[in-house]
Design a protein around this ligand. Structure first.
Ligand code: IMP
Length: 177
């Protein structure tokens, strides 16, 4: 697994420190709002766990599985594989994402949550790849802005591999070419 990594972009301590920082901001902004922290499966799982540990306010967590990816290329098509269990009507929702790339996934999810009556929808993302953006999506809470390369680890996969790497690394091109 480790041998397929070209370069480590972000180490575990760096990521954990940043997640705690983001959670501190959320804690202030959502102290009295009883938000739903909504993780998008499966990429956000490690980041969610980090956030939850610091975000010690009254909240509920839920997960949604929305798929838009086939290997390393965005298809632009988004389908709901698993919907939330909770109702978002009248609720403040914080979507936790691993990475915002084209922004298409988030655009659809935000649309859906608003149409279901969410009072507010904001996004917290560990990584942001603004160069790849197609949909006009801006996460309010961003961990790290990274270049357009394909990254894996800390929840992020390539063909369902590498999610368990405890760091974010750039995948060697030879692995997916
Ligand atoms: P978007 O709809 O193009 O913004 O894609 C968002 C989803 O694509 C993320 O939640 C990831 O699952 C996946 N994705 C985008 N870029 C990468 C990457 O560099 N590595 C792994 N997955 C990625």
């Amino acid at each position: 697994m480790h041998q397929d990594i070209e370069k480590i972009l972000l180490s575990q301590p760096e990521i954990e420190a940043k997640s705690a920082e983001l959670a501190e901001q959320l804690k202030v902004d959502y102290a009295d709002k009883r938000p739903i922290l909504l993780g998008l499966l499966k990429g956000s799982t490690m980041f969610m766990a980090d956030l939850m540990k610091t975000l010690d306010i009254d909240l509920q967590i839920d997960f949604m599985d929305v798929s838009s990816y086939d290997g390393a290329a965005s298809t632009g098509d988004v389908k709901i594989v698993k919907d939330l269990d909770l109702s978002v009507r009248g609720r403040h929702v914080i979507i936790a994402e691993d990475i915002v790339d084209t922004g298409r996934t988030l655009e659809r999810v935000i649309e859906l949550l608003r149409s279901r009556g969410a009072v507010s929808v904001e996004m917290v993302t560990l990584l942001d790849k603004p160069e790849a953006r197609i949909a006009p999506i801006a996460a309010k809470y961003v961990g790290f802005t990274i270049p357009k390369s394909f990254v894996v680890g800390y929840g992020l996969d390539y063909n369902e591999k590498y999610r368990n790497l405890p760091y974010i690394g750039i995948l060697k091109q030879s692995v997916y070419l």
